[in-house]
Write a protein that binds this ligand. Structure first.
Ligand SMILES: [Zn+2]
Length: 99
């Protein structure tokens, strides 16, 4: 696998590159790995997550990114042993559509 390319954006609490931007007159937060994926492949289908093969949240190397569902994301985290405890986090993630 090629090397990770780390975002130059500020990191959010989860370590993802994140910034605020305006869309339709609203402030929305963007995550760097999602923007990188969209620049490479086009819009992310509704409800899909952009996941890291390299398990490195600030990485924006599109070779390391793949689309999955929220369920895939949870399964992936389970497999890697870093799932947050409790349903509250899962609900927040789903609501935010990012991850
Ligand atoms: Zn990477």
């Amino acid at each position: 696998m090629s090397r990770c390319v780390l975002t130059t954006w500020a990191r959010d609490k989860d370590g993802y590159g994140a910034r605020m931007t305006h869309r339709n007159g609203k402030n929305v937060s963007q995550r760097a790995h999602r923007v990188a994926w969209e620049e490479a492949y086009g819009p992310i289908p509704e409800g899909m997550c952009v996941l890291h093969r390299c398990d490195n949240p600030p990485c924006v190397n599109v070779d390391h990114l793949f689309l999955g569902t929220h369920q895939d994301n949870v399964r992936d985290m389970d497999a890697k042993g870093r799932r947050s405890r409790g349903a509250r986090h899962a609900a927040a993630t789903r609501q935010g559509r990012w991850g």
